[in-house]
Design a protein around this ligand. Structure first.
Ligand code: 13P
Length: 285
């Protein structure tokens, strides 16, 4: 168990028809809450950091937290860099000790996306670090970058096969109609497309935009081949709402430890629910 990359955990998820949750943490407490929830549920888990979070804390503190929490953990834990376009940041994460990284060059022409992804795979593979790449464009807000619905487009299965073969990525995030952030209307997810990509590429697929998807939709995404499900926005709201709720209920209280513990419990409970829906409960055995 303990600290690992995405390869084995997602291979098992793909083989056995469940998904591993990739949860974007914002600080030490949210990281430890995610790992505690995974331990309670005996589930593998992916700690995900946005480029913004990496810039806030720096490389060494995040790696120190995850190693302190993951090395002796009873479940497999990976540390994955979410959407990153900056090769220097990716290189620094690989050198600092992240076990997995995502290169998001999906807004570039295919040839350039392939070239950049190949560069990242060449840096990552010798260090046993796994790589996720993206195809198509996923709508919504991620790390302050807003992609309008009208500018998003879905992944093309032929291109997925070409990209995976040309780059050697370990995980593919194809745009299938989910979006980052809160859904303003029902998402129009192309499950047939997801199914076709699953049939045609033999690496695990990541589904982005987990916040706001119904249990039924999440389960369908997994049944059609999603092996990694990303959740970020909901945890940010939970973080903020927990602090607001606590102060409303205890206006005289100024002890941060109590507020932090309240927030931690809320995060643990919510992550446990996600883990049950994703079907990864008891998969760490
Ligand atoms: P949400 O913010 O919609 O949960 O999406 C998270 C995500 O896909 C991160 O890459």
């Amino acid at each position: 168990m303990g600290y690992t990359n995405l390869k084995e955990m997602l291979f098992d998820a793909k083989k056995n028809g469940y998904a591993v949750g990739a949860f974007n943490i914002v600080d030490y407490t949210t990281m430890s809450a995610v790992i505690k929830a995974a331990e309670n549920k005996k589930s593998p888990v992916i700690i995900q950091t946005s480029a913004k979070t990496v810039s806030l804390y720096g490389y060494q503190p995040i790696v120190a937290w995850v190693k302190a929490l993951a090395i002796h953990s009873t479940v497999p834990v990976a540390l994955h860099l979410d959407h990153c376009k900056d090769l220097d940041m990716i290189k620094n994460c690989i050198e600092a000790g992240w076990s997995s990284v995502m290169i998001d060059a999906s807004s570039l022409p295919l040839e350039e996306n392939i070239e950049l992804t190949k560069k990242v795979v060449a840096m990552a593979k010798p260090k046993n670090v796994t790589v996720e790449g993206e195809l198509g464009i996923i709508a919504g807000v991620e790390d302050d970058i807003f992609v309008k619905d009208s500018r998003s487009y879905l992944a093309d299965p032929d291109v997925c096969v070409e990209y995976v073969n040309a780059t050697g990525v370990d995980v593919l995030a194809p745009a299938i109609g989910t979006a980052h952030g809160l859904y303003r209307k029902q998402p129009n997810i192309d499950f047939d497309l997801l199914n076709e990509i699953t049939q045609r590429v033999d690496i695990p697929l990541a589904i982005h935009g987990g916040t706001g998807l119904s249990e039924e939709t999440l389960k369908k995404c997994i049944a059609k081949g999603g092996s990694k499900i990303n959740v970020s926005t909901e945890l940010k709201h939970l973080f903020r709402n927990s602090i607001e709720e606590y102060y409303k209920a205890n206006p005289e209280d100024y002890e941060p430890v109590k507020i932090i513990k309240y927030m931690e419990q809320n995060v643990i409970r919510r992550i446990e629910d996600f883990i049950d829906v994703f079907g990864s409960t008891n998969r760490a055995l």
